[in-house]
Write a protein that binds this ligand. Structure first.
Ligand code: GDP
Length: 176
């Protein structure tokens, strides 16, 4: 088996302005400094090998920033291996949008089989917070997914979110 197994196609979903492009540029920034063995362009998408718990994993980040485009959205819901479902903790409407997207995703993908992490981004903007940590956590529990708060601006917990995806896929693999 090749190092890290087959690439994991990760999709970023969420309302406009929640931080998807910011996540993608952190991902791209990490791959920029790497040699070609660790980072390749895979059909125009960025591919990056990272180490999680002492084992490598390869991630391809799918470009689906525009979730208003129904076709692109449907397509991403069929082609991803795992999903980061983003909202902004400063924008309640984006939190509601994340719930809608979770419901749409459940229709496309059986819940137990697809790793999904609900990501409350912009946690650096404490004074503008509209969604509490406990609301985020409760929502994730209802929707049967993991939860993390991040700040793309401060580069806080962004890699933890990717690591969480890898860990969930390994748990699934190891329980087979
Ligand atoms: P997208 O529409 O989901 O791709 O969102 P963007 O990544 O373009 O982010 C929208 C705006 O929010 C930009 O001005 C970002 O700089 C800003 N932004 C993204 N993440 C954070 C964050 O964690 N904290 C703060 N303060 N701003 C952020």
């Amino acid at each position: 088996e090749p190092t890290g197994g087959s690439p994991i196609r990760v999709v970023l979903l969420g309302a406009n302005g929640v931080g998807k492009k910011s996540f993608a540029s952190i991902f791209a920034g990490a791959s920029d400094g790497m040699d070609s063995e660790d980072c390749e362009l895979y059909g125009g998408e960025r591919m990056l090998t990272i180490e999680v718990d002492g084992e490598t994993a390869t991630i391809i980040l799918l470009n689906t920033w525009d979730t208003e485009d129904e076709w692109a959205l449907e397509h991403s819901m069929q082609t991803g291996d795992a999903y980061l479902l983003l909202y902004s903790i400063t924008d309640r409407a984006s939190f509601l949008r994340a719930s809608e997207l979770r419901i749409t995703l459940r229709r496309h993908r059986p819940a137990q089989h697809t790793p999904i992490i609900l990501v409350g981004n912009k946690c650096d903007l404490v004074r503008c917070r509209e969604v509490s940590v406990s609301e985020g956590r409760a929502c994730a529990a209802v929707f049967d997914c993991k939860f993390i708060e991040t700040s793309a601006a401060m580069q806080h917990n962004v890699w933890e979110a990717f690591h969480g995806i890898v860990r969930q896929l390994r748990l699934r693999r190891d329980s087979k």
